[in-house]
Ligand binder design. Sequence first.
Ligand code: S3P
Length: 439
Amino acid sequence: MTELTFVVEPGGALRGRLRVPGDKSISHRAIMFGALAEGTTSVGGFLEGEDCLATLRAFRAMGVSIDGPDQGRVTVHGVGLHGLRDPGEPLDMGNSGTSMRLMSGLLAGQAFDTVLTGDASLRRRPMRRVTEPLTQMGAWIEATATGSAPLQIHGGRPLDGIDYPLPVASAQVKSCLLLAGLYARGVTRITEPAPTRDHTERLLEGFAYPLRREGERTVAVTGGGRLIATELDIPADISSAAFFLVGASIAPGSDLLLEHVGINPTRTGVLDILRLMGADIEVLNARLAGGEPVADLRVRAAPLRGIAIPKELVPLAIDEFPALFIAAACAEGVTVLTGAEELRVKESDRIQVMADGLIALGIAAEPTEDGIVIQGGALSGGTVESRGDHRIAMSFAMAALRASAPILIRDCLNVTTSFPGFAQLAGAAGLQLTERELT
Ligand code: S3P
């Protein structure tokens, strides 16, 4: 298959109860920490999407024995912090920025050389944000002239801890440096400009590695410790639930229950933003599962209004903006996003690609350097390009619930990077989606 188009019929509502697949960020880290731990880690709820499978394959190539995945169950036979082996070939991270950025940190601390590469989108994404601080720690990494992948990581270099204020609010960069810090002499201390997802910190604690949180924005590790295997229950991914939160909010007659969703406070910006817009979302049965807060989310259709999105919520909803832009298109009035220039360097330039798609559907959308201005209105049907960006494809699929004619979304193969089975699950909830394959 070389091309996958989603054809989504207009109208309908989302109803019933469903569980979206496991959290992508936690699934990557479960494999990484499980591999570097001493003992056997069993994982439930693992996301069997292409991104996390790229991480899993990379560790297998480095000699880690991993059973599964089988319906979300994975068993990782850890080799300890110093047990990885030279893969003898480049590691292909596919479309996955998380795999590449986090692994560059832990590979900088190995005794062998590695090459990290990926697909055309990943090879365009900025990597200096990790290679520069790693170089400060003593690593030797070669990138392209523009600072992107392939990354050639030379092993056998002693690393020293650094005190590093992150120039961008990025959990990937923070996590990369913490992973390198496990191999460094002394203390690696990272300070964020704003809080970002803290799954790495929670998992380090879960794997019994000492970690110091200093206030809300600083975290420190000392190299030379050990990770001890554990058991993990990965919640459903709030970033995947976000499409359904938006779909059910905008489609009259919707009433949907999303089960066992991760509601870590560093990830719930989407709930706050949708509620500010007037969404009707109830958080039910909140509980802890494996060190992460989870809940069932009940969402019912509600009239939405445009808002100025508070800047402090941006890092807490960074992956949910494509879906939120669809909510804005269906809201009454204007929605203004600022402080979100990071969206331009995701799997695609999400500001431009979303604006192009919204305009193709008759919505007034104006990209700005660091955000967008969207005037709510009536969605027509039409053809939109996802540019191979999974979250853009799924967001426009939900837009059809309020469109006046079918929406065709091109280039949807990468939906499997984060949400295998999206078309089937959305179909069961009431979205009228068919897949058209071209070879
Ligand atoms: C992620 C961090 C975010 C997010 C990505 C997953 C992670 O990226 O967009 O999908 O798992 O750490 P940045 O750190 O680049 O903001």
